[in-house]
Unconditional design. Sequence first.
Length: 308
Amino acid sequence: MTEAARPVPGSIDETMEMLTGADYVADRALATVLFLSLRMQRPLFLEGEAGVGKTEIAKVLASGLGRRLIRLQCYEGLDVSSAVYEWNYAAQMIEIRMEEAVGEVDRRDMERNVFSEKYLIRRPVLDALTGKADAAPIFLIDELDRTDEAFEAFLLEILSDFQVTVPELGTIKAEEPPIVIITSNRTREIHDALKRRCLYHWVDYPDAGRELEIVRRKVPHANSRLSAEVVGFIQKLREVDLFKAPGVAETIDWASALTELDKVALDPETVSDTIGVLLKYQDDIARIQQGEGRRLLKEVKAELSAAE
């Protein structure tokens, strides 16, 4: 084991402690499936709306276990050369020219030389398969739903056998499988063949109590009344039929922005002026600014007053 690497948690409670220690406020269901994923060495497939904290789980694991975080950010058109490996063609050509300049060379020796590890550029997938025993990295495959089905099918070999074939070098197999976290915003369905290789968890929006605890941890300098009103407003905002409801990331951003403005409570003008921190589509913003925001804020303040 490397000096920084730490063993995986030995129980669900230890998993909860690890998450909490990194200020990640999780429910027990998430801690359970994460514990099982670590103990069973199975990839963890996380689905949920954007901004609910899926990617953050991989970052917390890397910090809590003292492992490297290797991130493959998925996008449309992602191919093997960008995700797995490619050859440093410029350096190879220079090497070939230099050997030819020396004089007569054995072409087989030249081929073995230029197609060696020295000229191999490791992309995230191959990098994730070269971790040492007891110190395997955290491999985050982020927003898999953005790729096409061809790349998704390519991942099946990786997730089944944790190996990849480089034709010029042969098959490279992980000494120890990486800890794999896959996220999806569910813009399209991921094939069942890939899901079967993973443990699954739907990361939902937190309830009011958990979201308030998140704000208190992430924005500790925010006024307590302001934090309660922010969380109450966003909880109600998610019940409105919007194109894109705000995630937890937006909750934290809004609380931070309001704190920067020295606000201690919400008012209609402040909501209207700062709504762009929460909502990113003009139709949603217009709806809130045209009266919906005032109604929601009035309900929030009434409920908080009644609870005092």
